[in-house]
Design a protein. Structure first.
Length: 534
C-alpha cells in the first residue's frame, strides 16, 4: 500500500461567505501514482487544486480539517511558508499556456525564475539546467529556442514550456489542470506520453484535472468524479468506468462520443450543394529592406471536395494544416483565397457587389470560441438580429422579434435571453446563441469551426444532438472542422483528412475511420484517446 503524498480532509470553499463551490470533500493522492479529478466545467475541480495551494482570490474562504502534504498540514502554514512549497514541492500546469506565460519574457527567463527562487546555484548552472529541462520536455533545438518568446512557439510547444517550468522545482506532486484540452490528438498524445515518462523518471505523483474521460482512462490509476462541488464517486479507474454507480458518472460515460458509432451510419447519395475545385490560399513571405516576396506559405494548396445537400463533411487534421483557413476563406472572411466555389449551382467567382452579398446568407459560420465571436456589449437579441438587418432589411421589427424568439426556442434557450449579455451564459449556451445567429438568415450551409472542442462531454453531446436535429428539420449541410475523431464519427457522413494544406484522404466516415489508407490518417486514429475499460 502506497503512503499518501497528499491527503485532503473535509475541504470546503465558499465565496463571499455565501456561494459554496467545494462542499466538504476528501481524497488522497499516493506517492508516485496518477490521480484524476473529473467533472464538468463549474463542478469545482480547478478551485479544489487552487485551494490546496491557497491561490484563490481574497473573497474566497477555505476551510478544511487538514490538507496534509506528507504529514505537513498546509492549512496551518503562513503565506511566506507556502511560497517555499509552491513550485518546489507542488507545481501546477494551467490549461491555457498562452495566458499563463509572460508574453514579454523569453521562455528561458521564465524557467530561470523558478530556479532562482528555490535553489542557490550559479548563473552558469542555471543556464545548463534550463537547457536540460527543455531537452527533457523535448523542445526541438533548445539552444536556439531558449531566447524565443511564447508567441513564437506552437500550442504544443508552449504547453511543453509550462511543463518545464513546473518541473524546474523538482516537485513531489505535479497538478495538470486540463493540460491538453485545446491541443490536437497527436500533440495531446505526445504531451501525455511526456508526462508519464517524466513521472517514471522522477517518481513524482500526477494529479490530472480533466473532463475528457477517454483520456483519463488511458493515464490514471484512480479517479474521483466531481459534481456541484461534491465528490460523488471515487475508486480505481477501471472499476469506475466498468461499473459506474452514481447516475452522474453514468451520464458522463453515456455522453462520451465513440469512433465506433460511425459503423451505424447509413445515408443515401444526395446532389451536391457546395462544390469546391482547385481552391488555394497562399500567404506571401516578405524579406529584406524592400519587403520583397521571397516565397509563399501554402496554407491551402489546391483542394477539391463536394458537400451534399443535407449532409455533413468533416474536415480533420492538426492545427496548422489549413482547416480553419479553408473554412474562413470560402466565406471571404480572410484574403488570399482563390479557386472555383459553387453554392447550389451558383458560381461565387462570377458575383460582385449586392449579388455576392446576398449569397453570404447561404453560407454562415459558427466559430470555436463563442465568447470572442460575440460583441460583449451587445444584448443577445441584437447579436442574433445583426444578420437579419444586414441581409434581410425588408423584414419588419415585429417579424424580426418573432423570428428571434423562434430561433432561441429551436436552440433550446429561453426567449428572455434576448435581454441578456453573452457573459451571463455558460459556454454551451453561448455556442447555442452563435448557432441561432447563423440560422437567422436561413442558410443552406454552416461552417462549424471546432464548435465543441472546449466543451464538456455532456454539453458537447447536447450541441451535436442540436446540430443533427436542425439538419433533419431544415435540410442543412455542414462543413464540420475538428480534430476530434470521435465527434466526427457521431455527426459526419463523409470525412476529408487535411495535411499541410492538402486533402490526403476523402471518403465515407465508416471507410476513413475503419479502413484508413493514408499514413497520416492512421497516425491520427492511433493518437486518439479511446475509453479503456476491462
Amino acid at each position: 500500500m502506497n503512503t499518501p503524498l497528499l491527503s485532503v480532509e473535509n475541504l470546503c470553499v465558499t465565496f463571499n461567505h455565501q456561494q459554496t463551490v467545494v462542499d466538504n470533500i476528501s481524497f488522497t493522492i499516493n506517492a508516485g501514482e496518477t490521480f484524476a479529478l473529473v467533472g464538468e466545467s463549474g463542478s469545482g475541480k480547478s478551485i479544489t487544486a487552487l485551494s490546496v495551494l491557497r491561490l484563490l482570490p481574497n473573497n474566497a474562504q477555505i476551510k478544511a480539517h487538514a490538507i496534509n502534504l506528507q504529514g505537513d498540514n498546509l492549512i496551518k502554514r503562513a503565506e511566506f511558508e507556502l511560497c517555499k512549497i509552491r513550485g518546489k514541492r507542488i507545481s501546477l500546469i494551467f490549461q491555457d499556456p498562452m495566458s499563463s506565460l509572460n508574453p514579454v519574457m523569453t521562455i528561458g527567463s521564465q524557467i530561470e525564475e523558478v530556479l532562482k527562487i528555490h535553489f542557490s546555484i550559479s548563473r552558469k548552472d542555471i543556464k545548463t539546467r534550463v537547457l536540460e529541462l527543455l531537452h527533457q520536455v523535448e523542445i526541438p533545438a533548445p539552444e536556439q529556442r531558449i531566447k524565443d518568446y511564447p508567441h513564437q512557439l506552437s500550442g504544443g510547444q508552449r504547453q511543453r514550456v509550462m511543463i518545464a517550468i513546473a518541473l524546474a522545482g523538482q516537485p513531489d506532486l505535479l497538478i495538470a489542470d486540463e493540460p491538453t484540452t485545446s491541443l490536437d490528438v497527436t500533440i495531446q498524445a505526445q504531451i501525455l506520453t511526456l508526462l508519464k515518462n517524466i513521472q517514471q523518471q522522477t517518481g513524482m505523483s500526477l494529479w490530472l484535472i480533466s473532463h475528457d474521460l477517454a483520456l483519463v482512462s488511458t493515464i490514471a490509476e484512480r479517479v474521483a468524479v466531481m459534481q456541484n462541488g461534491k465528490i460523488v464517486e471515487t475508486g480505481l479507474t477501471k472499476t469506475i468506468f466498468n461499473n459506474p454507480q452514481h447516475p452522474y458518472t453514468q451520464k458522463l460515460l453515456k455522453a462520451l462520443p465513440s469512433i465506433q458509432s460511425c459503423l451505424s451510419h447509413k445515408s443515401q447519395e444526395q446532389p451536391p450543394l457546395l462544390q469546391v475545385k482547385d481552391f488555394y490560399c497562399y500567404y506571401p513571405i516578405r524579406k529584406g529592406l524592400f519587403k520583397r516576396i521571397v516565397n509563399y506559405v501554402r496554407a491551402v494548396d489546391g483542394v477539391s471536395f463536394n458537400i451534399q445537400k443535407g449532409k455533413t463533411l468533416a474536415l480533420v487534421g492538426e492545427s496548422g494544416c489549413g482547416k480553419t483557413t479553408l473554412g474562413k476563406s470560402l466565406l471571404n472572411l480572410i484574403p488570399g483565397g482563390n479557386g472555383q466555389v459553387n453554392i447550389d449551382g451558383i458560381d461565387l467567382n462570377n458575383l460582385t457587389g449586392e449579388a455576392l452579398r446576398q449569397q453570404r446568407a447561404n453560407i454562415q459560420i459558427v466559430f470555436q470560441d463563442p465568447f470572442s465571436s460575440m460583441n460583449p456589449r451587445m444584448l443577445v437579441g441584437d447579436i442574433i438580429a445583426e444578420g437579419i438587418l444586414s441581409l434581410h432589411p425588408e423584414i419588419s421589427f415585429i417579424e424580426r422579434k418573432t423570428l428571434i424568439q423562434q430561433l432561441l426556442q429551436q436552440v433550446d434557450l429561453p426567449t428572455d435571453s434576448t435581454l441578456r449579455y453573452p457573459h451571463e451564459f455558460s459556454g454551451g449556451q453561448r455556442q447555442r446563441i452563435c448557432i441561432a445567429r447563423a440560422l437567422a438568415v436561413n442558410p443552406k450551409l454552416i461552417v462549424c469551426d471546432e464548435p465543441t472542442s472546449a466543451l464538456d462531454v455532456s454539453v458537447q453531446a447536447q450541441i451535436i444532438l442540436l446540430l443533427k436535429t436542425l439538419q433533419q428539420e431544415k435540410g442543412l449541410s455542414y462543413l464540420f472542422i475538428t480534430h476530434d475523431l470521435a465527434v466526427v464519427a457521431e455527426i459526419a457522413d463523409e470525412v476529408a483528412v487535411m495535411y499541410q494544406g492538402k486533402i490526403v484522404e476523402h471518403g465515407s466516415v465508416e471507410q476513413v475511420l475503419s479502413r484508413p489508407e493514408h499514413t497520416y490518417t492512421k497516425k491520427l486514429l492511433s493518437a486518439a484517446p479511446i475509453l479503456t475499460v476491462g
